[in-house]
Design a protein around this ligand. Structure first.
Ligand SMILES: Cc1ncc(COP(=O)(O)O)c(C=O)c1O
Ligand SMILES: [Zn+2]
Length: 429
């Protein structure tokens, strides 16, 4: 049983190590020799209390990293994230039913932990002493936490002033060396790749194929939670395109291994101001044009996504769709997800906003079975959330605002406010 790195362009194979691109320039992906697997094997581990199989990533070890020794695994543990639905949400998107898989329930509050546990375990296997990433925030929070657990030095490159405070707070607190780059995420990404080569840092962005392997477990777990019945659609926010790529690979491998008969359609959602992948697919071209990104959803504010070739394959193999949504649509959808008591960060809500748009356009049928991936927790970006409810997000009208009410410190003010609340409730009935 071996796992190799293989070039997605020319098929050349490499021993898994610190290089993530082929001599031809193509991205590498992991190619496993899979052991015997079955749904029953993974079902038997459900509810396990012991590591590493209690993790929603390592429960599928045979599919993500079959060869690594258990002693080398660094796990928090990840995954086991829940599916949610709500009447208000169904009404908002125009579907009879829709579920939200909340990846914000991972240990550091985003889906990144699923890829990071595999990536850091591989860093451990290679004996890496220093790990690094560029980040719009969540990757740095996740890497900082896992590096702390593995006791290795961590360097994160973040765009100055562009990452949400919850994420910055995590990276600082977990002890990462935080380098604020005077530029955007794409500048930070270029820099970390150069620095990793020059200084021997082990790179843990999703260009590292092991990250993609871990993120495949979102799909495995989602299908397992549904008794292995695929939905019609899986909607996911798309920035650097690691998840879109991972989802495509997961579905491809499940079909090859007879774990799944029919593939759901992938729906990848980009912000209008950070939409190079949408433009590529819409334009029918075969080369991505980088752009200068702009969106309130800072997690997906990316103009030159690394994994676009892998993601393109994922979209074409699943008869997928790529759509764009405006900041207004993202923030309104977020307010609805939040109002359902579930909550998410802005980028995550792009999935819900995109589903609503495609239901409206008739691409998704109102009876279709749809799962949206919420990629990060509400608590990641308090600035955007409070900004929305107080009318302070530039270019966004808060249609579902719930601003705080300022009152005098006396009972009369409370009574007066209650009368107004009661009136509003009656009017909304
Ligand atoms: C909350 C959130 N959603 C979506 C994304 C985009 O994911 P990907 O880069 O895999 O497309 C990110 C990436 O940082 C993120 O943090
Ligand atoms: Zn190659």
């Amino acid at each position: 049983m071996v796992s190799k790195f293989s070039c997605i362009e020319c098929g050349r194979e490499y021993q898994p190590g610190v290089r993530f691109r082929c001599d031809c320039g193509g991205l590498l992906e992991v190619k496993h020799e899979f052991p015997e697997v079955s749904r029953a094997l993974f079902d038997g581990r459900m509810g396990s209390l012991d590591g590493p199989y209690c993790s929603g990533a390592w429960r599928f070890k045979e599919l993500v990293d079959p060869c690594i020794e258990e002693a080398l695994i660094v796990s928090r543990p990840e995954g086991n994230t829940n599916l949610y639905s709500h009447r208000i949400l169904c009404e908002y998107v125009g579907l009879n039913d829709i579920s939200l898989k909340h990846e914000g329930e991972n240990p550091t509050g985003s889906f990144k932990d699923r890829g990071m546990t595999v990536g850091i375990s591989e860093a451990n296997r290679l004996g890496a002493k220093m790990v690094a990433c560029a980040s719009t925030g969540n990757t740095s929070a996740s890497l900082a936490a896992y590096a702390a657990q593995a006791d290795v030095t961590c360097v994160v490159f973040i765009p100055e002033g562009e990452i949400a405070f919850g994420k910055l707070a995590q990276a600082l607190s977990y002890g990462a060396n935080v380098l604020q780059v005077k530029g955007n995420f794409d500048d930070a990404m270029r820099l970390v790749q150069e620095a990793s080569e020059r200084l021997g840092l082990y790179l843990l962005n999703s260009v590292n194929p092991w990250r993609i392997e871990g993120q495949k477990s979102i799909i495995f777990e989602l299908l397992q939670q549904r008794g292995w019945a695929p939905p019609d659609w899986i909607a996911v926010p798309a920035g650097n395109l690691g998840n879109t790529s991972a989802f495509g690979k997961a579905l491809r491998e499940m079909v090859d291994l007879d774990l799944l008969d029919e593939t759901p359609r992938l729906l990848a959602l980009q912000a209008e101001g950070a939409n190079p992948f949408y433009r590529l697919v819409e334009g029918g071209g075969n080369s991505l044009e980088p752009l200068k990104p702009s969106t309130v959803a800072s997690a997906i504010k990316i103009g030159n996504p690394v994994s676009w070739k892998k993601a393109l394959k994922a979209i074409s193999e699943t008869d997928g769709v790529v759509e764009q949504v405006s900041d207004q649509e993202i923030m309104d959808a977020k307010a609805i997800v939040d109002r359902c008591g579930v909550g998410c960060e802005p980028a995550s809500a792009a999935s819900v906003a995109g589903v609503r748009k495609l239901v409206d356009e008739g691409v998704i049928d109102s009876g279709d079975d749809v799962v949206c991936i919420l990629t990060g927790s509400l608590l990641k970006d308090p600035g955007a959330t409070v900004g929305y409810h107080t009318g302070n997000v530039e270019g966004v009208t808060p249609r579902y605002a719930n601003p705080p009410i300022l009152i005098e410190a006396d009972l009369a003010s409370v009574e007066e406010t209650f009368a107004q609340i009661a009136l509003a409730v009656r009017e909304n009935r």
